[in-house]
Design a protein around this ligand. Structure first.
Ligand code: PLP
Length: 487
């Protein structure tokens, strides 16, 4: 079959439309449109017929790989199945057809949904109130840290300017802290993957604003001394931030609020099954305990005298962090997910996510090194160190997985583990799919020893194989130019 893309099929003068000759005199156009805005040169577009255009896009859609194609165990990203009922619900006219500037009285249903979502997520996390405005996890972190700063300033403690971040935290944590103007101090984790408590204690001083804890950590481990940590920080006058992007490991089982955390953000586009990838759209609600409620972003949705209202009259608020209601349709999808799952279902999802991860981990630890050999949460980290000794890198293993039709895990992250491979099978995969993935990975481990060239040259079945990823990011070529074709 012809797998040429549209750009290569372009033939000068070929058209995919039939329009009558333009009968508007040139002068008439110039009278309406200022001269400098009138196009003189033809646009540089591929010149193809309609059939080839349709085939081009159909071919492209098949080159894409998503969770609807197969296993996508990209650690820390929670590529779980996105139930289609959520899509249906979010597309109801009552949600898509309203203008966000309509008065409260005209959008009671939308406001009720936002209010109840706040209640649901507050219950799930053990927080007092939640803002649904942040558009991503990192955005939730930013809003949370701005509240932390506003809280300290309000209490005359504005000098507190240091945030502690463990070396097993998600990379966005130190970045968000730096953006709020905090000095970031790294605390190491010990050989079990827990925060080193004696080191943490030594760091306590009057300048500590708080700690940001990713739990489960990026090692896929539950922090075993979590209550001691929240205690140590609180005694030093700091606040405790819970990065709950991956709440899918504990949802319905335990709550950050009960562990002593003051602020938490969630990723609806991970834990609560809304589709993501390629940069969005996401939603990173941020919740706080009672003492921090006055600082939440505006508007907060309130229920007063039988009416839902947008409350802007909040003098201590950090202000708006996004226009209108945040990514409303994402919130609707996650709301539909919570309602279809119910409390029992959410707990069951977490239990299955953890079970699936442990099952796959145990199957693979015979073939790949397991640096932290203890019960994992929703994900786990393996090391390709032994394979590296015989000249096979984790990148080779990841590329080879594509030949078998499954998406690779997250590789070379977390940085703490050499030749890291971070697997997150999620709860939506069947036993058969996970068994098949385990078999593929065992076969690849054998291939690494018997036929290393097969891995070195992988992938063999994709249109492009090994891209210069750094250059692709630094100098992206996102547009087709006729000139490129000629080169
Ligand atoms: C994904 C993730 C984030 C960042 O979320 P974005 O929506 O990508 O900004 C933060 N923390 C953890 C633990 C994550 O897994």
């Amino acid at each position: 079959m012809n797998r040429k893309l549209i750009f290569e099929k372009s033939i000068k003068g070929r058209k995919g439309y039939a329009l009558p000759e333009c009968d508007v005199p040139a002068q008439a156009i110039e009278d309406i449109i200022p001269k400098e805005y009138i196009r003189i040169e033809e646009p540089e577009l591929p010149e193809v017929g309609e059939v080839d255009t349709v085939r081009h896009f159909t071919l492209l859609s098949g080159l894409n790989y998503g969770v609807d194609n197969g296993l996508y165990p990209l650690g820390s990203c929670t590529m779980k199945y996105n139930p289609k009922i959520n899509e249906d619900v979010s597309r109801l006219d009552g949600f898509t057809g309203v203008h966000p500037d309509l008065p409260d009285s005209a959008v009671q249903g939308c406001l009720e949904l936002l209010y109840k979502m706040d209640l649901f997520l507050s219950e799930i996390t053990g927080m007092e109130r939640i803002s649904l405005q942040p558009a991503a996890g990192a955005h939730g972190e930013l809003a949370g840290l701005m509240m932390m700063k506003a809280f300290h300033q309000y209490h005359g403690e504005g000098h507190r300017n240091k945030i502690i971040v463990p070396d097993s935290a998600h990379g966005t944590n130190p970045a968000s802290a730096a953006m709020v103007g905090y000095e970031v101090i790294e605390v190491k984790t010990d050989s079990r993957g827990n925060v080193d408590l004696s080191e943490l204690k030594k760091m306590m001083s009057g300048g500590i604003a708080g700690i940001m804890l990713t739990n489960p950590s990026t090692l896929g481990l539950f922090e075993e001394n979590i209550c001691e940590i929240t205690d140590i920080i609180h005694k030093a006058g700091g606040l405790v931030y819970y990065d709950g992007a991956n709440l899918n490991a504990i949802m319905g089982i335990t709550r950050p609020g009960d562990m002593g955390f003051d602020i938490v953000h969630l990723n609806l586009h991970k834990t609560f099954s809304t589709p993501h990838g390629g940069g969005g759209p996401g939603s990173g609600p941020v919740g706080v305990k009672k003492d921090l409620v006055p600082f939440l972003p505006v508007p907060l949705i309130q229920y007063k005298d039988g009416q839902y209202i947008r409350d802007y009259d909040r003098p201590l608020s950090i202000g708006r962090v996004r226009s209108y209601f945040g990514n409303f349709s994402v919130i609707v999808k996650a709301y539909a997910y919570i309602l279809t799952m119910g409390a029992e279902g959410l707990r069951h999802a977490s239990e299955t996510a953890v079970l699936n991860a442990n099952y796959l981990m145990h199957k693979l630890k015979k073939n790949y090194e397991l640096p932290y050999d203890r019960t994992c949460m929703h994900e786990f980290v393996l090391s390709g160190r032994h394979q590296k000794d015989i000249g096979i890198t984790v990148l080779d293993i990841a590329k080879r997985m594509m030949d078998y039709g499954i998406h690779p895990p997250t590789v070379y992250f977390p940085l703490k583990v050499k030749e890291a491979m971070m697997f997150e099978p999620t709860e939506t995969e069947s036993l058969e799919t996970i068994d098949e993935a385990a078999e593929i990975l065992m076969r690849i481990a054998a291939e690494a020893e018997e036929n290393p060239e097969l891995l070195k040259e992988a992938p063999h079945r994709t249109p492009v194989a090994r891209l210069d990823e750094v250059r692709a990011v630094r100098e992206p070529v996102l547009k087709w130019h006729a000139k490129n074709k000629e080169k």
